[in-house]
Design a protein around this ligand. Structure first.
Ligand code: DQA
Length: 148
């Protein structure tokens, strides 16, 4: 069965408690559960990981292909706006990635309007809460070769 790596970056472990008016009331575990249910419907599996550490995210992206993942869905959190290291890691990953955001960063503070990481991804979904992860997964799968 095809498997997809789902990564969430800094502060996303606090979903549910963190600014619920922006990020909603679901915990990250609930977001992951909903995504896993959708993945089952689509006939794929997801492995969901979260880290507050840039280097750990870089390591996970870099080893995704070797670990048999067909692609990556990533919410880089605030590293979206700062991280050339994640940009380079995604460029070199050898598997496609889709960037997702719960909120719509472009409708928020000016510093959130630029994504450093999206240019290394095949697409981006933002502003739909936990559904952004689901839509990101669907978009990724639509772009993968049938046999991949
Ligand atoms: C976020 C948007 C980022 O700007 C922010 O730093 C986050 C969450 C989102 O999912 O909406 O941590 O990636």
């Amino acid at each position: 069965m095809r498997k997809v790596l789902v990564l969430s970056g800094p502060n996303l472990h606090r979903l549910g408690k963190r600014q619920p008016e922006i990020y909603g009331h679901l915990t990250l575990a609930q977001v992951h559960d909903r995504l896993a249910a959708e993945a089952r419907q689509l006939g794929v599996s997801v492995e969901c990981r979260q880290s507050n550490h840039e280097g750990e995210l870089v390591d996970w992206i870099g080893s995704a292909g070797d670990q048999g993942f067909s692609g990556i869905v990533i919410n880089p959190g605030a590293y979206t706006h700062t991280s050339y290291a994640l940009f380079d890691a995604l460029l070199a990953a050898g598997v496609p990635a889709v960037e997702v955001h719960l909120s719509n960063p472009e409708a928020r503070e000016p510093f959130r309007r630029r994504s450093r990481t999206a240019p290394a991804c095949i697409g981006k979904v933002a502003g739909f809460g936990d559904l952004s992860y689901v839509l990101g997964l669907r978009g990724l799968l639509a772009r993968l070769e049938p046999t991949q």
